[in-house]
Ligand binder design. Sequence first.
Ligand SMILES: Nc1nc2c(c(=O)[nH]1)N=C([C@H](O)[C@H](O)COP(=O)(O)OP(=O)(O)OP(=O)(O)O)CN2
Length: 281
Amino acid sequence: MTLFVNALTHLDASYWDAKRGLVGASWHVDLTLDGELGEDGMLFDFGEVKPWIKRVIDQGPDHTLLVPTKAPGIDVQECAEGLCIKASLPWPMEVRAPRQAFTLLPWTEITPERLGEYISEQLMKRPPPRVTRIGISLAEERIEGAGYTYSHGLKQHAGNCQRIAHGHRSRLYVWRDGELDEALAAQWSRGLADIYLADQADVILPDDEFCRVAYTSAQGSFRIKLPRERVMIMPTTSTVENIAKWLAERISMLHGGDIRVQAFEGIGKGAIAQASQPRDD
Ligand SMILES: Nc1nc2c(c(=O)[nH]1)N=C([C@H](O)[C@H](O)COP(=O)(O)OP(=O)(O)OP(=O)(O)O)CN2
């Protein structure tokens, strides 16, 4: 017998990719369980499946930086903060953070297929009674229009969003003077592709070459160093409310008009903000 639960939860993380660099990701999590029915006619109570899987994912790869330790140019060392991850391809990055902020995977690249298998293996270490196989499948949300893939950390968040290099893959909608403007949304989401969003309050010594971000929060000390052009420095912390507001203000400033931005943070949630400037045309 096979039991399935589609869209059981979401996994939000960042991963290092030898071609794209630091990539923000969000995946739907689908589950299948194989095994024998019990006397109650059930393989495993749906009411218990969801919290169990969500707990394992939330305490595991969710909101971490997924590091393919066998990728070219990756170096992993212990350091005062916990772990220091250095990457060199396609561009240099250094992240120092408590161990729990990373998921180290002995692979040359991170793919949703392998990550799904990895989560299945973790779950099979303690399978529920009568369950003989656990299948986890990760899939990106289908985004027909514009989408952006950023990484960030929220210093003031009480939970795992405080980790300095986790990210999201998110929809972006822009309206100008009441009309959905897909070209404007596509233009701005291209600028936010595989970008790091930093709060200017956490940026230390910005120079032409590198941007360094550092803060201490409840889980420990966090630092990240990336090439300046891979970072957008925001005037505030990068909550999705502030991202929507910042985008609306910048878009109206540069293009004019009544701008409404709907920015998602991962799958299915986000914020809406508006800003207005006179049009030139
Ligand atoms: N109002 C806001 N709340 C939160 C924000 C935000 O920008 N505005 N951001 C975060 C974190 O950045 C975090 O990455 C979001 O985490 P997520 O796991 O998606 O949120 P949940 O834990 O609520 O969702 P589940 O997928 O159900 O675990 C947090 N809050």
